[in-house]
Design a protein around this ligand. Structure first.
Ligand code: HEM
Length: 543
């Protein structure tokens, strides 16, 4: 044993030095490697990167406030690279780079296989998750549907009906002095609306007793867990062993699927019934019926012949139409509460509009006795006002339009939108991006950048959207990116404005809102910028 200690160490064939030299050499190799790493990162704009783990630790530490974390870096650099294990994410906020990615070199920046692999479980082959021919066909079919006057007229009726239901709930809450969660109510309203407009189904989550809705809960849980996948390198292992967040995800998707397939079965049965009755005029104008018909005709614009494809259509439209709109309505309400001058100016616009429209239509406005009016008289007055709101007349509400747009500038419903990179490329500002990585345009940051909006970029100021003649002033879609831009620009933008303006005109004409004292308003990290704790308010009638 003693001898063994005295025997000089045998040099390894892989490391031919022995004794202390071996350790010094090893240290030198490690130091040189670190130096090379630091040298190659010297021009990197973004958080500090470490060998192998990249910036994972800093990113995880800031995960709960990631959008603001990025604001900090992007205000200094315009383009930021964040290294992650085995990949890197490039974040952009300069409209010139955004135009390059979303339009000029569009084909190089698809959703990509990484994004698809994360989202597949929820979105399947639906339009949000599709690239190439599969996307093109769905886009064509859906664009055609969105342009139809039938759908627009039907939507206006549905949006008015559900806004009035929401008004009824608020009216009762104001009388009872009850606290309400506006985000939850908006989510119910937009879910009911998209189910009616999208799939011709009445699901009634906005009925006065506010029933539990397991679909909505499971859908939200799935969305949160999928967002976590973007920074959780272990998610595939968790999925394989069916543990932790991935086990919960599987459960949530099961619930979501049960609901969705039941909607499809119901619509198919109704279509058969209408056909058997021979009453074609009873055929509904919803989007799902249209896709079912296309699938049956074999002219299915993207393969909608089977229930799985229809399931993907349904869920993609739910995610498109429900959360985005409800989230924007919630942030709008928060902005109006925290900017009383804006709320007052909006109210004046709505009252003037009401008087003018009533004159135009020859309507005598009912006297309802003010805020203490009895319920029936108050409801009648609200319904009378709602009757004056049409697709065309809502176009006259320029200040309301500006307030909604300003809300989206600072609180875009989709705060970050990642794209895959097919081939190495150089962005217009000289940043190199590598095939297989990801480039993300960041609407949340873009709205707050002084280089995009001037020194008051961070202030909520709807007036910036109105020109000297009092008309709405548009901005380049590559600078105001809340609806994306280029060939994949949001298809539901007009529909979303129609619904939001219909609801907000009614609510802000007849109610005032006060944030519940001490209620925290913060976003939650998920693909949509929803509020982590909802939006708890007290509401009062204001005739
Ligand atoms: C405030 C409301 C809304 C906002 C801020 C918004 C924003 C967006 C954004 C950022 C995208 C691109 C997402 C991506 O890269 O995948 C998008 C796509 C889309 N949106 Fe909207 N959206 C809104 C409402 C709606 C509504 C109400 C509908 C339909 C009912 C809708 C239908 C779509 C569709 C179908 C796409 C996919 C377009 C494509 O990939 O070709 N959106 N929207």
């Amino acid at each position: 044993m003693e001898e063994a200690h005295l025997t000089p160490a045998t040099p390894s064939p892989f490391f031919p030095l022995a004794g202390p030299h071996k350790y010094i050499a090893l240290l030198l190799v490690v130091l040189s490697w670190i130096l090379v790493q630091r040298w190659s990162l010297r021009k990197q704009k973004g958080p500090r990167s470490w060998p192998v783990i990249g910036a994972t630790v800093e990113q995880l530490r800031n995960y709960h406030r990631m959008h603001d974390w990025l604001v900090g870096y992007l205000s200094r650099h315009r383009t930021v690279t964040v290294d992650m294990p085995f990949t890197s994410y490039t974040y952009i906020a300069d409209p010139v780079n955004v135009e390059h990615v979303l339009k000029t070199n569009f084909t190089n920046y698809p959703k990509g296989i990484v994004y698809r692999s994360y989202m597949d479980v929820l979105l399947g082959d639906g339009i949000f998750n599709a690239d190439g021919e599969l996307w093109r066909k769905q886009r064509k079919t859906a664009s055609f549907e969105f342009a139809s006057k039938n759908l627009r007229d039907f939507s206006a009726i549905v949006f008015r009906e559900y806004s009035l239901k929401l008004s009824g709930i608020l009216s009762q809450a104001s009388k009872a002095g009850k606290v309400v969660d506006m985000q939850e109510l908006y989510m119910r309203m937009t879910l009911d609306s998209i189910c009616k407009v999208g799939f011709g189904v009445e699901i009634g989550t906005l009925s006065p007793d506010l029933p539990e809705n397991s679909f909505a809960q499971a859908f939200d849980a799935a969305n949160i867990i999928i967002t976590l996948r973007f920074i959780d390198p272990l998610w595939r292992i968790k999925r394989f062993f069916h543990v932790g967040s991935e086990a919960l995800l599987a459960q949530s998707i099961k619930l979501v699927d049960e609901f969705t397939y039941s909607v499809i079965r119901r619509r198919k049965a109704e279509i058969v019934e209408v056909r058997a009755s021979g009453k074609q005029e009873k055929m509904k104008h919803d989007i799902l019926s249209r896709f079912i018909e296309l699938g049956e005709a074999g002219d299915d614009g993207g393969g909608f012949g089977d229930d799985k494809s229809l399931r993907d259509v349904v869920l993609n439209f739910v995610i498109a139409g429900r959360d985005t709109t409800a989230t924007t309505l919630s942030w709008f309400t928060h902005m109006a509460m925290s900017h009383p001058d804006v709320a007052e100016k909006l109210r004046r616009e709505l009252c003037a509009f009401e008087a003018e429209r009533a004159r135009e239509e020859g309507v005598t406005l009912v006297l309802c006795g003010g805020a203490d009016a009895d319920d029936k008289a108050f409801a009648a007055r609200v319904a009378q006002f709602a009757g004056l709101l049409t697709y065309d007349s809502l176009g006259k509400l320029v200040y309301l339009h500006a307030c909604v747009t300003e809300t989206l500038r600072l609180y875009p419903a989709v705060p970050q939108d990642p794209k895959g990179i097919l081939e190495d490329d150089v962005l217009p500002d000289g940043t190199k991006v590598r095939a297989g990585g990801m480039v993300t345009y960041v609407p949340y940051s873009m709205g707050r950048m002084e280089y995009n909006w001037g020194p008051d970029a961070a202030s909520f100021r709807p007036e910036r959207w109105i020109n000297e003649d009092g008309a709405f002033r548009n901005a380049s879609p590559f600078k105001f990116t809340a609806f994306q831009a280029g060939p994949r620009i949001c298809l539901g933008k007009d529909s979303a404005y129609l619904q939001m303006k219909m609801a907000l005109a009614i609510l802000f004409r007849f109610y005032s809102f006060r944030l519940l004292e001490g209620h925290p308003v913060q976003y939650r990290m998920m693909t949509i910028l929803s509020m982590a704790h909802g939006l708890k308010v007290r509401v009062s009638r204001a005739v």
